[in-house]
Design a protein around this ligand. Structure first.
Ligand SMILES: Cc1cc2nc3c(=O)[nH]c(=O)nc-3n(C[C@H](O)[C@H](O)[C@H](O)COP(=O)(O)O)c2cc1C
Length: 171
């Protein structure tokens, strides 16, 4: 199974990246950082169809399992990740063959907040856009991982959560 993890944080080497590195090491999967691409906001008239989104999405759609990794910003996914999701609309309108390739593929999500209580208070709602988008795209939603980094390092409790998440999505 080909696995890809897509990081969508405002920081390349911040907390979400620490979580991504942990997962990547365990799953030996490929990695994409959305910060390395120019992907502009969704445009109804597709005036941005020549930016980096469509070529990137063609690569993404080749994977069997796509894991989205986002920080928690204002109780929701990051802006960079939301822009990526908005642009998937292009795969339903102007490049349907890429959208169709997603059918039957798997999706998962891992988020990183600043503390346990804040993250666990929103877990059901936070998952919803990923779970429902997967369903709309005909993808199988494998589950969500909830993490936080209060100081510098990943805590033992977060490692346990991550190990459970990895076991669930790798099945
Ligand atoms: C714009 C912004 C909004 C944030 N909103 C939340 C929030 O709603 N809940 C939360 O637990 N942490 C919030 N945080 C803290 C981050 O989720 C947390 O520090 C995370 O680990 C940062 O990951 P990063 O280094 O990849 O950006 C916010 C941070 C920023 C910069």
């Amino acid at each position: 199974m080909e696995v890809l993890i897509i990081q969508g944080s405002a920081r390349k080497y911040g907390n979400t990246n620490k979580i991504v590195n942990y997962i990547q090491e365990k799953l030996d999967c490929d990695f994409i950082d959305l910060k390395n691409y120019t992907i502009s906001n969704y445009d109804y008239d597709s005036r941005n169809k020549n930016d980096d989104f469509l070529p990137l999405m063609r690569e993404v759609a080749d994977y069997d399992l796509i894991i989205f990794a986002t920080p928690v910003y204002w109780y929701a996914m990051s802006g960079i990740m939301k822009t990526f999701f908005d642009r998937i609309t292009d795969c339903l309108k102007i490049e349907k063959e890429t959208g169709r390739k997603l059918r039957g593929k798997q999706m998962a999500m891992v988020c990183c907040g600043s503390d346990k209580d804040a993250v666990l208070a929103i877990e059901k709602e936070f998952e919803m856009p990923f779970r429902e988008s997967a369903s709309y795209l005909g993808m199988d939603y494998k589950g969500s991982g909830y993490t936080w980094i209060a100081n510098e390092d990943i805590s033992e409790e977060v490692i346990q959560n991550l190990d459970k998440f990895i076991a669930k999505i790798a099945k």
